[in-house]
Design a protein around this ligand. Structure first.
Ligand code: NAD
Length: 265
């Protein structure tokens, strides 16, 4: 018996990085997992490979194209998951974007792009997952990807920080509103995780003059991690599987830091 056996889960932003690792860890622990992403081809490959992790359990895997800012697409993704797995128990709102800009250069376009995916995308994902769970009458779990940038404002990424503060507010508001339906809402907050997102952020920070050489921004940003190194996506998944499992049933409205000790709150 895995820790999440028989649970039907959706993970957005699952074509790579943290989302992919979340989905793979859930499959290993017996869950049915829909890997969803705006990169439909890549997420289909990732889901197929995740099928190889099932390892004798009854777990199932599927995939869906989704743009988390598009409510109709989110509804389709949930409908597909329910048609394949029969229900929805756990929804990870993990898809996210960043595009660093110097504070004084931040444009409306930059703000809207980041707030749409990270903020509105999280809200729509919570609402549509909750509607499905309410119609089932089964309760459920909604888990949002926050960040150290949910706890502190950092220079060169102001809209990203604002969007991740929004994720914490949505987690708290959702927890209060959805408790009556036996739906819990929690989040987790990674620090610096070595993924394609950070590779791109590193390049972007050089482009805007905030770093001189590749790797410098990541080194400087993460120099005071108490655990002494940046994270791999697999450092995050013990906590994400816990948040999807019955072990965390009494917990709601919380955001767990998994940052190796960068921000102490
Ligand atoms: P990543 O860029 O490697 O992966 C993000 C995935 O989201 C990609 O597969 C991308 O195609 C997908 N995506 C982007 N826009 C989408 C949309 N509109 N609809 C659906 N899918 C979309 O990023 P990651 O590092 O794995 O980050 C995952 C989450 O973790 C994000 O919310 C990010 O903000 C958060 N986070 C990352 C770090 C880090 O250091 N990497 C730290 C804290 C929080």
């Amino acid at each position: 018996m895995g820790r999440v056996s028989g649970r039907s889960c959706i993970v957005t932003g699952a074509a790579q990085g943290i989302g992919r690792a979340i989905g793979e860890a859930l499959v290993r622990e017996g869950a049915d997992v829909c890997f969803a992403d705006i990169d439909g081809n890549k997420v289909a490959e990732v889901a197929e490979q995740a099928g190889g992790l099932i390892n004798g359990s009854a777990a199932k895997v599927t995939h869906a194209w989704v743009d988390v800012t598009d409510r109709a697409a989110v509804k389709d993704m949930i409908a597909k998951t329910v048609s394949v797995f029969g229900k929805l128990d756990v929804k990870f709102n993990n898809a996210g974007v960043n595009k660093p800009m110097n504070f004084l250069d931040v444009t409306e376009e930059n703000w809207k792009f980041i707030m749409d995916v990270n903020g509105l995308g999280c809200l729509i994902g919570m609402q549509e997952a909750a509607r499905q769970m309410i119609s089932q009458g089964t309760g459920g779990k909604i888990i949002n990807t926050a960040s150290i940038a949910s706890r502190q404002g950092y220079d060169n990424v102001a809209p990203y920080c604002a969007s991740k503060f929004a994720v914490v507010s949505l987690t708290q508001s959702g927890a209060r509103d959805l408790a009556k339906h036996n739906i819990t809402v929690n989040g987790f907050a990674p620090g610096v995780v070595a993924t394609e997102m950070w590779d791109q952020v590193d390049k972007d920070l050089m482009e805007i003059g905030a770093a001189d050489r590749p790797g410098q921004a990541m080194e400087e940003f993460s120099s005071d991690i108490l655990r002494g190194r940046v994270a791999k996506p697999q450092d995050i998944t013990g906590t994400t599987t816990y948040l999807a499992a019955p072990d965390s049933d009494y917990m709601t409205g919380q955001v767990v830091m998994i940052d190796g000790g960068m921000v102490l709150v």
